[in-house]
Design a protein around this ligand. Sequence first.
Ligand code: OXD
Ligand code: MN
Length: 598
Amino acid sequence: MVKSEHTNHRELIEWVNKMAAMCKPDDIVWIDGSDEQKKRLEEEAIKTGEIVRLDQKKLPGCVYHKTAENDTARTEHLTFICTAKKDDAGPNNNWMDPKEAYATASKYFSGSMRGRTMYVIPFSMGPVGSPFSKIGIELTDSIYVVLNMIIMTRVGTRVLDALGTDGEFTKCLHGKAQLDIDKRLILHFPEDNAIWSVNSGYGGNVLLGKKCLSLRIASYLAAQESWLAEHMLILGVEDPEGRIIYVAAAFPSACGKTNLAMLIPPKALKKKGYRVWTVGDDIAWMRIDSDGQLWAVNPETGMFGVAPGTNSKSNPNAMATVSKNTIFTNVLLKKDGTVWWEGHDDPPPAEGGINWQGLKWKPGMKNEKGEAILGAHANSRFTAPLAQCPSITNRIEHHHGVPISAILFGGRRAHVAPLVYEAFTWQHGVYMGATMASERTAAQFGLQGEVRRDPMAMLPFCGYNMADYFRHWLNMGNRMLRTPRIFHVNWFRTDDKGKFIWPGFGDNLRVLAWIAERCRGVREAVETPIGYMPHPGDIDMTGLNLSPAELKGLLEIDKEEWKREVKDIDKFFDTFGDAIPKRILAEHDALRRRLRKM
Ligand code: OXD
Ligand code: MN
C-alpha cells in the first residue's frame, strides 16, 4: 500500500516515488503554498547564491537571478512533441518517438538530483477547483523554479485538495542536471499528459505550467475536449457609458502583447471615460459556456515579461507591477541593490554594475568584434504577480472568466496589412488567423522585410498538427450560438521613409474603441476585398496629431501587394501537403477572386 502524508492520490504518490528513484534526490519537499515555506526557500537560495536579495527599501520583496550564459531563451530546436505517430505532431513541430525520448532523457535524469532536493509543486492553471482549470504537478530540483511557479500559478495544498484521490493531472518533471546544452531536451508527451524538461534553467523551458502545459499540452487536450488554448492576451475595454467588452488578441513575440494588455488610454479618451482592464498578457483558455458564447480565462496569475524596452512611457502599468515582489532574471545588477535594463527610465549606471554574463559593466563597452556588450540580456525577464497591475480586472478568480466579444490577430507588417479590418464570418476570421504573419525588422538577423507566417501566434506552441488545429477552430465556430467577431490589426505600417505612421501604445485604444462599437452593432463599415474596414471618420482621433492623408494611408489596400501575399500564402499552405481544411482553401480562393475584381 503506497502512503504519503501529503496526499491519498495513489497514482501521484507512485509517480513521485518512481521519478525520485530515477533522479535520486537527497530529500523530497512538497510545496504547501504558505508564506513561511516560501520565505525559508528564499533564504536557502540566497545562501547558496542561486538568487540575490535586492534593496528591500527600493524594491520590497524583489530578488535577482542569473541563468547560465547558454540558457537565456526558449530552445525551439530542442523542444519536441512525442506522439506515437509522427503525423500527429505535424510539420510545425519537432517530433521524437516517445520510447526514444523517455529512454534518452532517463539517462540524463538518472542520479541527477544526488546532493539536491526534489520539490513537488502542485499547481492549478486557472482558479483552483474550477471545472475549466487543469492541475499539474511539477517535480524540480530548482528553488528558482519553485519561486517563479508561486508567482505564475496557484500552488500548494489547496491544489492537492482539489485533485482529491483520483483527479487527473499533468506529470511535469524538470531537472537542471548539468545545464548541458548538448543534453538539453524539452519533451512533451500529449498522449501521456506528461512533460519532461532537462538541462535547462530558463523560464520558458522550465516553468512547465506556462508554454509546455498551458499551450502545447493544453492545445492538444482542447482539441479533444472542444475548447481553445491560445497564445493570447485578454483585456476589457470600458466605454464612457461603463459598458465593457472583452477582447482576446494573438500577436507573435515583439509585437506588443504585454503593452496592449495593460494599455493606458491617451488623455483625450481617458477624459471621455474610456479605460482598459487587464485580464491576461500571454495565454487565454476559451470555452463555450452554457449561453453558447465563448468565455476566456487567463490560466496564469503572473507575468513573465521581457524587461528591455519596458519603461514608464512604453508601459507604466508594467513598471508599477514590477515595483515589488518580483523576480528579475538576467538584467543588470546595480551596486545599490537595484536593477537596470536597456530602455529603463533610469540612465545606465556609470560603474559597478554586473551584467547578465556576470561581467563588471560600464555603458559603451564593446566586444572584440566591436559589438556593444549589453547590460541586460535582450530576453531578460521579470516575473511579477498580475494582481499588482494597476489595471487588473476583478474577474481574475471567476471560474469561467470573461465573455469574449472580439478576437484580434496581428503582426508586424510594414506594408500590406492596414491598421484594422474585420472578417466577414468566423470561417473567414479563422483563415485570417491561419495566414497571419510578421516581418523581420532591421534589428533582427535575416532578410529585412521577410515575411514569416505564424498562425494565431501559435507556431512554436501548437502541440499537434496545425492543419488539424485550423479544423478545430472552424468546428468551434459551428458549436457556438454566437461567435466573437474576428479582426486583424497592424500597428506597424510605415511610410516611404520607413517611419511608423501609427503612434501605437496607448493610441491603439482608438482602434479598440472602433472594434467595441462594431461588436455592439452600432457602427457601419466599408466592405472591401479583404474584409470590413472603418470609415476614416469613425476612428476617434481626438487629441491625436495625424493628418487625414496619413489615416487614409493606414487604411489603404494595395492590390498588387495583396496579390503577392496570396502567392506567399500558397507556399505556406504547401508545407502541410493536402491536410489544410477545404473551408480554409475556399476562403483563400474567395480572397483571390475578390482581389481580381478590385
Ligand atoms: C514567449 C513568452 O516567448 O511569452 O512567447 O515568453
Ligand atoms: Mn508568449
